[in-house]
Design a protein around this ligand. Structure first.
Ligand code: IPM
Ligand code: MG
Length: 370
């Protein structure tokens, strides 16, 4: 008997709902054609939730996320909500989910697909075959550290401050995820910090080194200052396999790595929590791109990153490697076949909209599974 797997879908704002519609087709296709059934619930997050329910991440959404096997997240934010106070901003939607579900390991692949090698800002030789995995810590560091605030110093000068604070346990658990992934890939881990100026960076390096020595002596570990890593990513990205970074550095470096691939509309991500009793773990999957308000509602957004996020969901939440590859191959074949959304348009290709690309992916799935 096929087992039911529960998904919470959170389209959010901007292009989120448009690209999510195309994922729903892929989910329906899986229901029809593979030995799996998904129970899909939809929830509110971001500006959409603020407008409809008064909070960017309502309790109901958190409860549904905790109950689901996996969460598929769209994107949040937009000019409409830009001037709101901190505790009402749409971004709180994703931050609260990461925190409340304990999603501490954010996996951000930066991959260059062969048909898209010319989309990169770098020369084709520098990026052909590029395949990096950034593991970004995502429930700690300066994003959540205390004290934080805007206040007045004793001398009367106003100031703004945040705190970078990492516990040994927080570094250890995310380092384990990174080492483990490296082992399944090319066995190379680069850990990134600013040990030259930050105490938290020195500590990060010490802890990662210890985890490596004790548990992963077979994985080749190196350390790099975050600024140097940015330069190396922008000039010789293929030297990297897995990169491990704090919440803030990982945020910056993953955008940079995405830009190097030249196709933000292609990149998915997974954010995983600790293993729960029974082997399940909370997990959320989202595209790297944001809500892209400038093109929202026009039907031209690239649905690939959202669909590839669903492929990651199949792989990491359900161990459905074969199905994940099927979805990835379908996307690759559509691009190889010359259909392109505006963001990855190339000379000689046919420019299509969101739903046409989605339909083409379904057709490729049909062919691949025939
Ligand atoms: C990301 C985004 C978020 C972050 C924002 C939307 C809060 O930039 O997922 O990279 O900074 O983590
Ligand atoms: Mg970011």
């Amino acid at each position: 008997m096929p087992s039911n797997k529960s998904l919470l879908v959170l389209p959010g704002d901007g292009i989120g709902p448009e690209v999510m519609r195309e994922v729903r087709r892929v989910v329906d296709w899986m229901d029809r054609r593979r030995r799996v059934t998904f129970d899909v619930k939809e929830g509110l997050v971001g500006g959409a939730a603020l407008d409809a329910a008064g909070h960017p991440c309502p309790d109901k959404t958190v409860e549904a996320a905790l109950a689901a096997d996996a969460v598929l997240f769209g994107s949040v934010g937009g000019p409409k909500w830009d001037s709101l106070p901190f505790d009402r901003r749409p971004e709180l939607g994703i931050l609260r989910l990461r925190k409340d579900l304990g999603l501490f390991a954010n996996l951000r692949p930066a991959q260059v697909w062969d048909p898209l090698v010319d989309a990169s800002s770098l020369k084709p030789d520098l990026v052909r075959g590029l395949d990096i995995m950034i593991v970004r810590e995502s429930t700690g560091g300066i994003y959540f550290g205390e004290p934080r605030g805007i206040g007045t110093r004793p001398d009367g000068v106003r100031h703004g401050f945040d705190t970078e604070d990492y516990g040994e346990d927080e570094i250890t658990r995310v380092a384990r995820v990174a080492f483990d992934l490296a082992r399944k890939r090319r066995n190379k881990l680069t850990s990134v910090e600013k040990a030259n100026v930050m105490q938290s960076g020195r500590f990060w390096r010490e802890v990662v080194t210890n985890v490596g020595k004790a548990e992963f002596p077979d994985v080749e570990l190196s350390h790099m200052y975050a600024d140097n890593c940015a330069m190396q990513l922008a000039s010789r990205p293929k030297q990297f396999d897995v990169i491990l970074a704090s919440n803030l550095f990982g945020d910056l470096l993953s955008d940079l790595a995405a830009a190097v691939t030249g196709s933000l509309g292609m990149l998915p991500s997974a954010t995983l929590g600790a293993e729960l009793p029974g082997g399940r773990r909370h997990a959320l999957y989202e595209p790297i791109h944001g809500s892209a308000p400038d093109i929202a509602g026009k039907g031209i957004a690239n649905p690939s990153a959202q669909i590839l996020s669903f492929a990651m969901l199949l792989r990491y939440s359900f161990g459905m490697e074969e199905d994940a590859r099927l979805v990835e191959s379908a996307v690759e074949r559509v691009l190889g076949g010359g259909l392109r959304t505006a963001d990855i348009m190339a000379p000689g290709a046919a420019r299509v909209g969101t739903s046409t690309l989605g339909e083409a992916i379904i057709r490729e799935l049909d062919k691949l599974a025939a």
